[in-house]
Design a protein around this ligand. Structure first.
Ligand code: NAD
Ligand code: TDX
Length: 360
C-alpha cells in the first residue's frame, strides 16, 4: 500500500478505529473514508482533530446498508476496506444480544457481499489495482484457556462462549468462506484485549480509572483471577497496517501484547498510579475502593495469544510496555474531561445501573 491509497474504514469513530485513522493520517499513510453508524460507542470527538483534513471523509451509516456501501465504493474506489464496525462489549451481549447479531453477523455479511461485487468489477481482473479486505476480530473466538494451556494459535479451533464472541466467530467464518469460495482477498486479525486513550468507559481499564478518580467502587467480577492478554491500542493498529501492507490474502494473523495479567493485578496497578498522581486525594489508598462483585455469566477464565506468526512473517511485534501504556492511558483520561463528559450520556448511566445493580 502507498500514500496515494484510499482505505474505507468502518466503525472508525470507536476506540480502535479512531486510533487507526489517526495513525494513518499522521503518517499520511492513506486517504480515509470513515463509515460509522454512531452508536453509543461511536464518538465524532475522537476524530475532531481531522476536521480540516481534506484527506479524511466521514459518512454516517450502517455497514448493513448495501446501497450506501455500494455508492461509497463507487465514489471512492478504495484500495482496502478495514472492518472495525461491531458491537464490542461482552456484558451488553449478555443483556441484549440482538444488536450483536444484526451488526456483527448480518452487517458483516452485507458488507462482504457488496465488497465482493466491487472487487469483481474493479479489481479482480485489473493487475494495477491491489485490493484487501481486512476483518478486525478478537481472540475471544477461541474460547477459554486453562492455566497450563498453550496460548491461542491461528490453528486453535473456534469455541466462542459469549453471544459477542459467537457473533464475531460467525463473521470470521463468513470472511473465510468468501476467500475460499470466491478467491476474495480477505484477511482476518484476531487480537487480544486493547487499552489506551478513547476507550469507552464500560470496559475494564477506563471504568476503573474514572471510578478511582471519583472515589466510586471498583467492581471486580468473581475472584479477579480471570486473565487477559493486554495490548496498547497503537500496537494493534501498527499490526493491522503490517497485515494490509505485507499480509497474505486468505490468512489469519493473531495479534497480542505478550502481557498476560489477572484482572485484580490490572486494577491494583491502576490504583497504584492514582495514588502516585493524587497523593492528597481522600481516596488514598485507592485500592480500598476495590469491591468483588457477582461474576459475569459464562466468564472466560483465561485468554493468551501466540503472535509468533505475525512476528515471523511480517516483522511486527508489540512495542509498548504495560507500565508505559497504562501511565499514558491514565494521564489521557485525566487530561480529557471534556471527552469523558461527552460519553457519559443518559445511555451510559442507564447501562451502569443495569449492569452493576445485578452484581451487587
Ligand atoms: P467500539 O465499540 O469502541 O467501536 C465500535 C464502532 O463501530 C463505533 O464507532 C460504532 O458506532 C460503530 N458501529 C457499530 N455498529 C455499526 C454499524 N452497524 N455500522 C457502522 N458502524 C457501526 O469497538 P472497539 O473496541 O473499537 O473494537 C473495534 C473492533 O475491534 C470490533 O470489531 C471488535 O470486535 C474488535 N476488537 C476489539 C478489541 C478490544 O479490546 N476492544 C480486541 C480485539 C478485537
Ligand atoms: O467492571 C468490570 N469488572 C471486571 O472485573 C468489567 C467491565 C470487566 N471486568 C473483567 C471482565 C474481564 O475478565 O475484566 C476483564 C476485561 O473485561 P472487558 O473490558 O469487558 O473486556 P473483555 O470482556 O475481556 O473483552 C474485550 O477484549 C476482547 C473487548 O471488550 C472485546 O471487544 C474484545 O474482543
Amino acid at each position: 500500500m502507498n500514500s496515494s491509497d484510499t482505505y474505507l474504514v468502518t466503525g472508525g469513530c470507536g476506540f480502535i478505529g479512531s486510533s487507526f485513522i489517526l495513525l494513518c493520517r499522521k503518517n499520511n499513510k492513506a486517504d480515509i473514508v470513515n463509515l460509522d453508524a454512531l452508536t453509543y460507542a461511536g464518538n465524532p470527538l475522537n476524530l475532531a482533530e481531522l476536521q480540516n483534513d481534506s484527506h479524511y471523509h466521514f459518512h454516517k451509516g450502517d455497514i448493513g446498508d448495501k446501497e450506501l456501501v455500494a455508492s461509497l465504493l463507487e465514489q471512492y474506489k478504495p484500495d482496502a476496506i478495514v472492518n472495525f464496525a461491531a458491537e464490542s462489549h461482552v456484558d451488553r451481549s449478555i443483556f441484549g444480544p440482538e444488536d450483536f447479531m444484526k451488526t456483527n453477523i448480518m452487517g458483516t455479511f452485507h458488507l462482504l457481499q457488496v465488497s465482493l461485487d466491487y472487487w469483481e468489477r474493479h479489481c479482480k481482473n485489473n493487475p494495477g489495482k491491489r485490493f484487501r479486505f481486512l476483518h478486525v476480530s478478537t481472540d475471544e473466538v477461541y474460547g477459554s484457556l486453562g492455566s497450563d494451556d498453550p496460548p491461542f494459535q491461528e490453528t486453535t479451533p473456534y469455541s466462542p462462549n459469549s453471544p459477542y464472541s459467537a457473533s464475531k466467530a460467525a463473521s470470521d467464518h463468513l470472511v473465510r468462506a468468501y476467500v475460499h469460495t470466491f478467491g476474495f482477498p480477505g484477511a482476518i486479525t484476531n487480537c487480544s484485549n486493547n487499552y489506551g486513550p478513547r476507550q469507552f468507559p464500560e470496559k475494564l481499564i477506563p471504568l476503573m480509572i474514572l471510578n478511582a478518580r471519583e472515589g466510586k467502587p471498583l467492581p471486580v467480577y468473581g475472584d479477579g483471577m480471570n486473565v487477559r492478554d493486554w495490548i496498547f491500542v497503537n500496537d494493534h493498529c501498527e499490526a493491522i497496517l503490517s497485515v494490509l501492507d505485507k499480509g497474505t490474502p486468505g490468512e489469519t494473523y493473531n495479534i497480542g501484547g505478550n502481557c498476560e495479567k489477572p484482572n485484580i493485578e490490572i486494577v491494583r496497578a491502576i490504583t497504584g498510579v492514582m495514588d502516585e498522581l493524587f497523593p492528597d486525594s481522600p481516596h488514598v489508598p485507592h485500592s480500598s475502593l476495590i469491591h468483588f462483585v457477582k461474576d459475569r455469566p459464562g466468564h472466560d477464565r483465561r485468554y493468551a495469544v501466540d503472535c509468533s506468526k505475525i512476528t515471523r512473517e511480517l516483522g511486527w511485534k508489540p512495542s509498548m510496555t504495560f507500565e508505559q501504556g497504562l501511565n499514558h492511558t491514565v494521564q489521557w483520561y485525566m487530561d480529557n474531561p471534556q471527552w469523558v463528559g461527552s460519553v457519559r450520556s443518559g445511555d451510559y448511566l442507564k447501562w451502569l445501573e443495569k449492569n452493576y445493580e445485578k452484581r451487587s
